[in-house]
Write a protein that binds this ligand. Structure first.
Ligand code: DLZ
Length: 173
């Protein structure tokens, strides 16, 4: 990522993660456009490790396409071992509206899963109009959105840690 972009990205990711060496992150990667999604994966993994997450605490699984990302994320959350999930995909616009259905369903599925599970599930899906726009965002001219997805997930894990020990003021105690 270019220096300017990294500074810009950091502005959005303020919560520091405590005990990073104990944090467990799942990453679900779509196989469609895998030259792009694997570059996003590299950006995410490198960033997580730079920020103190242990390589052995990062579990990566692959799904056929972006549409299946929420399902893969749900599988990774199913045994309760992960603190957060990153979903990585790339849906390139084609001749029809197919991409619109995939993108909308994927975004909604990821958000619903995050809210229903109470765990951060991050949307690291590129939605470019053409391959060049994808390359630009997967380690090219405009940085690597996999890095931003990793910083987002860490920011949310930090936020979760802050609120975990806060007693609820709503309902019965
Ligand atoms: C079918 C399809 C198409 C046309 N394009 C993409 C794409 O650009 N990126 C992507 O991640 N997935 C694509 N898919 C596959 C769907 O996400 C999904 O895997 C299939 O519709 C089966 O559910």
């Amino acid at each position: 990522m270019m220096a300017g972009n990294m500074e810009n990205a950091h502005k959005h990711f303020e919560n520091e993660v405590k005990d990073a060496e104990k944090v467990k992150i799942g990453i679900v990667v779509s196989r469609w456009n895998d030259h792009i999604t694997n570059a996003l994966l590299e950006g995410s993994k490198e960033t997580l490790i730079e920020q103190g997450i242990k390589a052995e605490n990062i579990e990566v699984i692959y799904v056929p396409g972006s549409f299946e990302l929420p399902y893969g994320a749900r599988l990774l959350l199913s045994n309760g071992s992960k603190d957060a999930i990153i979903c990585l995909g790339c849906v390139i616009k084609g001749e029809t509206d197919h991409d619109v259905y995939i993108n909308y369903s994927t975004a909604l599925g990821i958000q619903q899963l995050s809210l229903s599970s109470g765990k951060p599930v991050v949307f690291g899906v590129l939605t470019p109009n053409n391959e060049q726009q994808a390359l630009d965002r997967a380690g090219g001219r405009l940085g690597n959105k996999g890095i931003e997805a990793a910083l987002t997930v860490l920011s949310l894990v930090g936020l979760n840690q802050k609120y975990k020990n806060t007693k609820s003021t709503i309902g019965f105690s």
